[in-house]
Design a protein around this ligand. Structure first.
Ligand code: NDP
Length: 238
């Protein structure tokens, strides 16, 4: 069996996802760059390769069943198995016109955000679990947010985005329960407030800093935590 470990990062063409791909590549992973736009994906792959990283592109729109199935087939053809899945792709959703004020909530925005941030994660995870099952120490990391913490309630009121991350946390716990007697470790990560397109580059942390917790959870030892929610400082309350 090939000893090179393969990691798929969704939404890896920019921001935190790109930094996760960079970080995993730098420690020896072969990185599958999951991205929906052909040009942005190939540019990211080229940037990673220029840094000496073993990267390949995988066309992936997490909202499309067909795209996700084709992505799993492409990874099977290229790598034969998957060692790490980082479900990083996420959207904030529109906020104009009170679209995410709970009292004027635009339900189409809720549907759109859930489709990517929650259903997308389930769709990708379930398509890749057979390939993860072929790895010796499979790891799944779901990129969440402390805005989804019901205890902390960080940031502005965003009644589509924040609950999408609360649900993602809950789904993470469900996977961990279901996979408790397997070697698949599933955890959720919060990157902190990071300067990316997502935040209009207002975040106080770099993408590399935001990526660090995902990389740590992607490389946990076999006796590492399951079904937890972590940031760089440790456990994040649900
Ligand atoms: P960016 O907006 O910079 O990047 C988001 C990535 O997700 C892009 O690559 C984007 O692709 C991709 N994406 C969006 N929708 C889809 C889709 N349907 N299929 C495939 N890829 C998709 O955001 P960040 O890097 O900041 O965020 C990454 C993750 O971290 C998100 O889940 C976010 O919720 C989370 N997070 C970020 C925080 C921050 O402060 N930045 C704080 C807490 C959590 P494309 O370029 O094609 O749009």
């Amino acid at each position: 069996m090939n000893n090179t470990k393969t990691a798929l990062v969704t939404g890896a063409n920019k921001g935190i996802g790109f930094a996760i791909a960079q970080g995993l590549g730098a420690i020896g992973f072969r990185v599958a760059v999951g991205a929906r736009d052909d040009v942005r994906r190939e540019e990211a792959v080229e940037r990673l390769r220029a840094e000496g990283i073993d990267a390949f592109g995988v066309a992936l729109d997490v909202t499309s069943d067909d795209s996700v199935i084709a992505a799993a087939e492409a990874i099977e053809r290229t790598a034969g198995r998957l060692d790490v899945l980082v479900n990083n792709a996420g959207i904030g959703g529109r906020t104009d016109g009170g679209a995410q004020d709970p009292t004027t909530l635009d339900l189409d925005v809720v549907r759109t955000v859930l489709e990517t941030n929650v259903l997308g994660v389930v769709r990708v995870t379930n398509a890749l679990l057979p390939l993860l099952g072929r790895a010796s120490s499979p790891r799944i990391v779901n990129m969440s947010s402390n805005m989804g913490s019901l205890t902390l309630q960080t940031g502005p009121a965003m009644a589509a985005y924040a609950p999408s991350k609360s649900m993602l946390n809950s789904v993470t716990a469900q996977y961990a329960r279901r996979l408790a007697d397997t070697n698949v470790l599933v955890n959720a990560a919060c990157p902190g407030y990071v300067a990316t397109d997502f935040t209009g580059f207002n975040g106080s942390r770099t993408p590399e800093q935001g990526a660090a917790i995902a990389i740590r959870l992607a490389t946990l030892p076999d006796d590492g935590p399951r079904g937890g929610f972590f940031d760089e400082a440790g456990v994040v309350p649900w």
